[in-house]
Design a protein around this ligand. Structure first.
Ligand SMILES: CC(C)(COP(=O)(O)OP(=O)(O)OC[C@H]1O[C@@H](n2cnc3c(N)ncnc32)[C@H](O)[C@@H]1OP(=O)(O)O)[C@@H](O)C(=O)NCCC(=O)NCCS
Length: 202
């Protein structure tokens, strides 16, 4: 089973090329310390609507530095999509390997016992000009593979998905996530929990 330290030491173990239907190409790879400024550009470039749909602690160099400083230090793996040949970061795909008490409580109410070592959380964010082009769907098999290599058998949504985020809900549904329940978040917005089971069907 891969560890976060091994990935940080050898990011190539999770590096792949994705060819988009437009003919463009992006690289899927772990975030590295060298990405700090490019990640800041990605965060700064997110529109107010994207920031509403996918919330980060900040949208500039300070937040980018925090994310890069966290590499292999905590329980999170961050992957980026890098445009070729510009090297611009056009997507940030986050996998959280620890569960929160509120995740565990909400899923428990829905009759699902989350398990710290075999469940993980997923949160994708694409640059505005990369949304709705099928990139998220192309990247999902790679995310599934990464999760499996980290010993995970189920993926839940990181903080749920806002109930009015129709594109994201369609994206999750068409890629095998099933709705689990609804909840009102700390900001008063209705969100949905969804889960993807990576185990083969019996
Ligand atoms: C959510 C996100 C990662 C999905 O990735 P993506 O590459 O845009 O998704 P895809 O293009 O692969 O699939 C989107 C699907 O939604 C459909 N769609 C697009 N806009 C839609 C809308 N307004 N309502 C319903 N469906 C919509 C697309 O047609 C496509 O479905 P189809 O293939 O059946 O036609 C990306 O859009 C994103 O980063 N959004 C902003 C941040 C965000 O919402 N993150 C998720 C937080 S939970």
């Amino acid at each position: 089973m891969l560890t976060l330290a091994e990935i940080a030491e050898e990011p190539l173990v999770l590096t792949h090329h994705l060819d988009l239907s437009s003919g463009a190409r992006v690289v899927f790879r772990p975030l590295t310390h060298a990405d700090c400024e490019r990640l800041a550009c990605f965060l700064e470039g997110l529109s107010p609507e994207s920031r509403r749909l996918s919330t980060f602690g900040g949208y500039g160099i300070v937040a980018a530095r925090e994310l890069c400083d966290a590499i292999a230090r905590y329980d999170k793996l961050r992957l980026v999509l890098e445009e070729v040949p510009s090297s611009r970061i056009v997507g940030l795909l986050e996998l959280g390997l620890a569960l929160t008490p509120s995740d565990i409580a909400r899923y428990g109410e829905a009759g699902i016992d989350l398990t710290e070592l075999t469940d993980c959380r997923f949160g994708p964010t694409l640059a505005d000009d990369y949304q709705g082009r099928g990139v998220g769907t192309l990247a999902l098999p790679l995310i599934r593979d990464v999760a499996r290599r980290l010993g995970r058998t189920r993926i839940i949504l990181w903080g749920g998905v806002l109930a009015d985020n129709a594109r994201a809900i369609r994206y999750y549904e068409k890629n095998g996530f099933r709705p689990v329940g609804a909840f009102v978040g700390t900001n008063g917005s209705l969100s949905l929990d969804m889960m993807l089971d990576l185990r083969p069907m019996p």
